[in-house]
Structures are given as structure tokens and as C-alpha cells.
Design a protein around this ligand. Structure first.
Ligand code: XMP
Length: 513
């Protein structure tokens, strides 16, 4: 079944994925396309609506991104946000200029007044806070357009030509700071574009299963299971679709968290699939022995992982399909620039073609992370797997500073488990994006009972973030930190001091290595 589609035409703004997520939250399928996408491709997708995103440029600059004006003749409703709004005004004959210092340049939360007659603001309060971030100003709106929102500084906070279905807002309805912003997007989708709300996970799940069955036929499918959310959900989907034609290879490198391997294995019991758990702890620890340099650890683990997987693949023989857990943000971001390598990420999803297979299946390719979680629930995966916080491919290896030994890994596992248990018990697990313990390589003197100790310092790390690109350290209450600290020092041998990491990212990173 083909879903109604909205296209988010990307002009390089920072909230573009968020716009797409908001549209999908409103049960409407949408895809992000770069502004370089030819009009013919847009037309072929038969969208019910198009959203122009924000962007860093000014429309009157020579090098600013533009779009084929023919898009306005397709009879498809368009919502322009910030730069997208200015582009719409500029292309259709309005005038956009740089705002003067004291006039219409606006950043941050801004009180805004709306006209209820405009469909975008239907059934919403007549005033509210919006999130503004623009240095340009629509000095003249195009013919046929009306002004439908103002701020104290700017008379053109929103414009529309309802006869043609064109709407433009200077503010960002997609960010949380804009009151009722999602409702405005919903109004655009349902009141203007005539959305039917046909994007639901149950529906997606059924469609995806049918499509996989058709594609795979009686072929053999191989999947590298890491225990992370994406590969687990991909595995569950394939298990439901093709049952024992699927082999999941779960490489346990011995650097998983406490009980993690067993939990992953248990979750897949209910399906009649071939589940191979490779206990490769000794092998990994041997390769890592004496290695303290973080990048070297990452490379060793990445390579060894491939070796193990390759060996398992050979045992199974030639397979027809290899499954990868690529998700939509990876698709949107791929090819997006050449940022400096801070850490070489090891991802089970990024396996090259060393196993003999015909084709790759990426069943989550069009889903955002929260949708992947929803799908996982739909498929009956337990909450502890579906809600799992991110866990890096190299596992505890990059949370043990300095060289790695089994004893250190066991110590860290026990301490980390207590930290996680207490955070969850206090209800903080839903408020912190990622939290874990780090075994520093630092030993210090302590006193326990009547004796001197010379043991390791454990660092606790907790961050809040929406995208993991930047993060703030989590303000865990002192009393809770105290409880955790007392428990760890008492219960875990080898640790006599606890510190809490209070650096944000940047300048630090989330992981220590
Ligand atoms: P950093 O430490 O770079 O981490 O601020 C950002 C996020 O990425 C996770 N991370 C990884 N995930 N393979 C992964 O799949 C890796 O090699 C890796 N290294 C870091 C980290 O846990 C955080 O969520």
C-alpha cells in the first residue's frame, strides 16, 4: 500500500529532521529531499504537500539556494518555514531584505499574535510564544498573500494565500519552544493538504513484512545482531517475516553490560529462527591485551568483529541477503560533509561485503529512531530492549581507560549495573538520555574499616541530549548520587572513590574514549 506522502524540501536548516519527525508524529508519511532534487522527481512522488525548511542563507544573495518556480504551479500545498517562507515570498514576487537592527530581526522566544481565519491557526489560541531565528524580513508580501500573524517587532510573522494553499511562517513550528507548533503542522496536513493519517506503525509493520516475504522468497538471510535497538528491531521484523530462513549472529565480544548477552538471546527465543551466539570474549581480550590507546582499541574491535562474523558467515554458507539496521537519520546524513574524525565509530550496521551474499536489505531505512522503537513494540520486543539507551559498538572497551582485562571489565559491569538500577528505581531513566560508568585508570588511597585501600576511581556519566551531537550533563540529585556512590563502594570490590562527570559536549564527548 502506498502511503500519502509529504516532502520536506531541505534548504540546509538545523531543524530539518525535526520537521519530518513532527509530520510523522501526525501520522503522515514524509521524506526529506535536498533542494537539489529535480522537480520531476518531486512530481513523481505525488506528494499531498510540500514543506520548505529553514536554512542559513539570505534569499537575495547570489549563491542562496533556490528552487524551480514551477513547483508553485503543481497545485500542491506548500508550507514555507523561516528561509522557506522567505524563499516563497521572494520567488512569488515579494520583497525580502535584511532586517534593521531595531526592527524585525528576531531570535528566540517571541510573543506572536495569530489570525484565527487562517487554516494554519484553526482552533488555536490567538496568541502564543513562537521560536524565531531570522535576520531577514519580508518587506513586501507577494500578490494574493495576506498577513496572518504579527509580533511586536514584525508585521509579517506568517503569510498565506489560501486559494493556492501556500503558507509561510517566519518562526519554527517544529521546535518545542513554539507553543502549539505541532498543532499548526497538523493543521497544515489535515486542513490544507487533506491528509488521511495513514502512517501508523501497525500498518507499516504489516506492509514491511509482506514486502520482505515477497523479496526474500525462499532465500537465506543473515543478520549481525548487536543487541542495540536498531539491529534488534530489524531482527524481530525479519524473524516475523521469514522465520527460520533467518540466521542472527550475535557476536558477544565480552565487553557487553551485565546480563546483556543473555537478555538479547532470551528476547529472540519466541521466534523460530537460527540464533548463533558467538562467545568471543577470550579472543577479543587477547587482541586487546596491553592496548591503552582509544583509537587502537576501536580499530582492533572493529576488525575482530568483522573476522568473527566472516567466519560465522562461512559456516552458514552462501546467503542471499544481508540485513543492515540503517535508519533514516543515517540516510539523510550520509554524504553530509567531511567533519573531522573525532572517534572512529564502530557500527555493526556498517559491515562491508566480506560475506558472500547477493543483496542488502535495510528494513528500517525510512524510520526515525522513535519509530524504530514503536515498531519494536509492535513486534513484541521487551521494553528493556526497545527503550535501551545507546551503547557503543566497542562496548565497555572504551569505558575502561587504559588497558583492558577481564577483571576490570567485571568490576565495571557490576558498578555500571548498580548505577543503572538506582537511576531506574528513582525514575530518572526516562529523563537522562544516556548514563553509564567509566572505570578510570586512576587508583587512589582510601580507608575502609580500619584498613588502607588503594583502589580504582569510578566516574559516573549522565547526559541529556536530543541528538547526541551536543549534550549537557544531567543534573542528578545529590542524594541519588550519594546512594549510588555508597552502594558501589560497598558492593564492588576494587573501587574506593566515585566522581561525577560535569562536562557538557562540547568541549567533552559523551564517552570518555
Ligand atoms: P561521543 O562519545 O562521540 O558519543 O560523544 C556520541 C554517541 O555515540 C555513541 N558512540 C558509538 N556508537 N559505535 C556506536 O554505535 C561507536 O563506536 C560509538 N562511539 C560512541 C555514544 O555512546 C554516544 O551515544
Amino acid at each position: 500500500m502506498k502511503h500519502q506522502t509529504v516532502i520536506v524540501l531541505d534548504f540546509g536548516g538545523q531543524y530539518n529532521q525535526l520537521i519530518a519527525r513532527r509530520v510523522r508524529e501526525c501520522s503522515v508519511y514524509c521524506e526529506v529531499k535536498p533542494y537539489t532534487t529535480p522537480l520531476s522527481e518531486i512530481k513523481a512522488m505525488e506528494p499531498i504537500g510540500i514543506i520548505f525548511t529553514g536554512g542559513p542563507n539570505s534569499v537575495y544573495e547570489a549563491e542562496a539556494p533556490h528552487y524551480d518556480p514551477e513547483i508553485f504551479n503543481l497545485g500542491i500545498p506548500i508550507l514555507g518555514i523561516c528561509y522557506g517562507c522567505q524563499l516563497m515570498a521572494h520567488t512569488l514576487g515579494g520583497q525580502v531584505t535584511a532586517a534593521q537592527e531595531d526592527t524585525a530581526r528576531e531570535y528566540g522566544k517571541t510573543m506572536t499574535y495569530f489570525h484565527s481565519s487562517c487554516k494554519l491557526f484553526k482552533d488555536l489560541p490567538l496568541e502564543g510564544i513562537t521560536w524565531m531565528s531570522h535576520g531577514d524580513y519580508m518587506a513586501r508580501v507577494p500578490e494574493g498573500f495576506q498577513l496572518v500573524a504579527q509580533t511586536d517587532m514584525c508585521p509579517t510573522a506568517a503569510i498565506c494565500d489560501e486559494s493556492r494553499g501556500f503558507y509561510g511562517v517566519q518562526f519554527h513550528p517544529e521546535v518545542n519552544h513554539t507553543e502549539n507548533g505541532v498543532k499548526m503542522i497538523r493543521n497544515f496536513l489535515y486542513e490544507v493538504c487533506g491528509a488521511a493519517g495513514d502512517w501508523t506503525m501497525g500498518d507499516y509493520c504489516r506492509t514491511a513484512i509482506a514486502a520482505i516475504r515477497e523479496k526474500v522468497g525462499s532465500g537465506k538471510v543473515l543478520l549481525a545482531l548487536s543487541g542495540g535497538v536498531d539491529s534488534s528491531v530489524a531482527a524481530a521484523l525479519l524473524a516475523e517475516a521469514v522465520g527460520n530462513q533467518l540466521t542472527c549472529v550475535f557476536v558477544d565480544h565480552g565487553l557487553m553490560r551485565k546480563n546483556e548477552g543473555d537478555e538479547v538471546e532470551a528476547a529472540f527465543k519466541k521466534w523460530d529462527i537460527n540464533f548463533v551466539r558467538v562467545d568471543a570474549e577470550t579472543r577479543f581480550l587477547l587482541k586487546l591485551a596491553g592496548v591503552a590507546e582509544p583509537e587502537q582499541k576501536r580499530k582492533i574491535i572493529g576488525e575482530e568483529f568483522i573476522r568473527v562474523f566472516e567466519e560465522e558467515g562461512k559456516k552458514i554458507g552462501s546467503v542471499d541477503y544481508l540485513v543492515q539496521g540503517t535508519i533514516y537519520p543515517d540516510v539523510i546524513e550520509s554524504g553530509a560533509g567531511d567533519a573531522a574524525t573525532i572517534k572512529s565509530h564502530h557500527n555493526v550496521g556498517g559491515l562491508p561485503d566480506y560475506v558472500d551474499f547477493k543483496e542488502i536489505i535495510e528494513p528500517l531505512r525510512m524510520l526515525f529512531k522513535d519509530e524504530v522503537r514503536q515498531l519494536g513494540r509492535e513486534l513484541g520486543l521487551p521494553d528493556y530492549l526497545v527503550q535501551r539507551q545507546p551503547f557503543p559498538g566497542p562496548g565497555l572497551a572504551i569505558r575502561i581507560i587504559g588497558d583492558i582485562t577481564k577483571e576490570k571489565a567485571d568490576t565495571l559491569r557490576d558498578a555500571d549495573a548498580i548505577f543503572r538500577e538506582e537511576i531506574a528505581a528513582a525514575g530518572w531513566d526516562t529523563q537522562i538520555s544516556q548514563y553509564f560508568a567509566v572505570l578510570t585508570n586512576r587508583r587512589s588511597v582510601g580507608v575502609m574499616g580500619d584498613g588502607r585501600t588503594y583502589d580504582y576511581t569510578l566516574a559516573l556519566r549522565g547526559v541529556t541530549t536530543s541528538d547526541f551531537m551536543t549534550a549537557d550533563w544531567a543534573r542528578i540529585p545529590y542524594d541519588l548520587l550519594d546512594k549510588i556512590s555508597v552502594r558501589i563502594v560497598n558492593e564492588v570490590k576494587g573501587i574506593n572513590r566515585i566522581v561525577y562527570d560535569i562536562t557538557s559536549k562540547p568541549p567533552a564527548t559523551i564517552e570518555w574514549e
